[in-house]
Design a protein around this ligand. Structure first.
Ligand SMILES: *Cc1c(COP(=O)(O)O)cnc(C)c1O
Length: 458
């Protein structure tokens, strides 16, 4: 240790720029300004080292559920810490891992019966992909390999190699093609910029036609369809029309293709239900959860599977049907303990019931922006909102990415005490589910003022 004194805010800012390489960040730009150092949080607020307060408008990148420093979650962590921080699930088990798995199976879409733990959204998706491949190999040995995935363009499933293969955001994924396996892709139902130039709602889900065609002609090769149910989040909160997900489920069943639902962003109340799949009574064959699983406290993830898939991995040891996959921290006791407390708070505080009026309030508060000249579309599904800003409302002409319009809106919002992280030209609102109505009102007021200021000057 070089010093026992608490570092000053200025020291932290200097050392950050000297030592830390930040995710999804142009570091040359980062180095130009002193970074905002968050020291603490409470509820929907974050506090910097100077004691300034900010509303956490994106739940610390889509994680926080019941607010920061929730007493029940804190208590659960402290209790677990007094027992043990971690013991392995390779050859052993632990109370929090067992109890959380049981709880997850109880609340998940019916038919999902087994829980495989990992560390984050990306690894939960890697697990789902590997399970799907091995499932088909073990179920139908010697038949033509069923080992390709069908996913959507603009999709995002994480940054590890397998997850990138099924990712469709060129800016993030294209450069790493050497790490990616070939896949089938379909256009997502991006109604505002319909790739098929159909008009909603008279299109009657014609956007499914290309997916149906691919499945019809190539289903023998396709192991699974991978989807972000209801909302393609990182693509800019692209919301699917009602019925889309359940039709995808039907197609997968008809053509004997697995459905992998990536509920990493949508899970744990974000869409107004515990899981997005519930809105259309869909049970996927594999489901990945992470972000909200621990209420935003610790990295933990799970891949849930059906009995049907699980059973395909059973056999004598020397049949080698084992799922040879695991991580050092799989089923981490602290993570599972806090996740259990997180789920308990949903029940105790009636989080989902109390969320419904706030979802409606959020729509109401945002409604006036719908006529603004630079607001192209406001997409909302529960507590997931994307406001797509455009240069010209009539022609839907996007702002050039280099204009950094979203970034500038976020900078304005920060001055006014709200932290945001946009996706290109899309302003994202993902407040903690526990945000109060007055806080939500303030959040929208700040967003509105920030958009007005930036677009008037642009
Ligand atoms: C964030 C995200 C992931 C990746 O999760 P990480 O924890 O960042 O690895 C995967 N899928 C979706 C839909 C996500 O939003």
């Amino acid at each position: 240790m070089t010093s026992h004194r608490t570092p000053t805010p200025a020291q932290l800012q200097r050392w950050d720029r000297r030592y830390v390489w930040h995710p999804f960040t142009q570091m040359e730009e980062w180095e130009q300004d002193p970074p905002l150092v968050i020291q603490s949080g409470k509820g929907a607020y974050l506090y910097d080292t100077d004691g300034r307060r900010y509303l956490d408008g994106v739940s610390s990148i889509w994680l926080t559920v019941h607010g920061h420093r929730h007493p029940d979650l804190n208590r659960a962590l402290r209790r677990q810490l007094d027992r043990i921080a971690h013991s392995t699930l390779l050859g052993l088990t632990s109370p929090p891992a067992v109890l959380l798995a049981r709880d997850l199976v109880r609340i998940a879409p019916p038919g999902l019966t087994k829980v495989f733990y990992s560390d984050d959204g990306s690894t939960a998706m890697e697990v789902a992909l590997k399970m799907a491949l091995q499932y088909w190999e073990q179920r139908r040995p010697r038949i033509q390999p069923k080992n390709r995935f069908l996913h959507f363009t603009l999709s995002y499933h994480g940054d590890t190699a397998g997850a990138m293969s099924i990712g469709g955001i060129d800016l993030f994924h294209k450069r790493y093609r050497a790490l990616r396996v070939p896949t089938f892709t379909a256009e997502p139902p991006y109604c505002y910029r319909c790739p098929l130039s159909l008009s909603y709602p008279t299109c009657h889900l014609r956007c499914l036609d290309p997916v149906a065609k691919l499945l019809k002609t190539r289903h023998r090769e396709i192991a699974a369809v991978v989807i972000e149910p209801l909302v393609q989040a990182a693509a800019g909160m692209i919301t699917a029309p009602p019925g889309y997900l359940s039709k995808i489920r039907e197609l997968c069943t008809r053509y004997h293709v697995l459905l992998i639902a990536d509920e990493v962003a949508t899970g744990f109340g974000r869409t107004g239900r515990l899981f997005a799949c519930e809105h259309e009574r869909v049970t996927p064959d594999l489901m990945a959860v992470s972000k909200g699983l621990t209420g935003g406290y610790l990295p933990l993830a799970a891949t849930l599977s059906t009995d049907e898939i699980y059973r395909a991995f059973l056999g004598r040891y020397d049949e080698f049907k084992t799922f040879f996959h695991g991580h050092s921290y799989t089923g981490n006791a602290l993570g599972c303990a806090v996740a259990l407390a997180n789920l308990e708070v949903f029940r105790k505080e009636h989080t989902l019931r109390r969320l419904q009026p706030k979802i409606r309030a959020l729509s109401r508060l945002l409604d006036p922006l719908n006529t603004w000249p630079h607001v192209g579309e406001i997409r909302q599904r529960g507590f997931m909102v994307g406001i797509e800003l455009v240069q010209d409302r009539a022609t839907k002409t996007p702002y050039p990415l280099a204009d950094r319009i979203g970034h500038r809106v976020a900078q304005e919002a920060r001055k006014r005490g709200l932290l945001l992280r946009p996706l290109g030209n899309v302003i994202v609102l993902m407040p903690p589910l526990s945000i109060t109505l007055p806080q939500l009102t303030r959040l929208v007021r700040i967003v509105s003022a920030s958009i007005r200021t930036v677009t008037a000057a642009a």
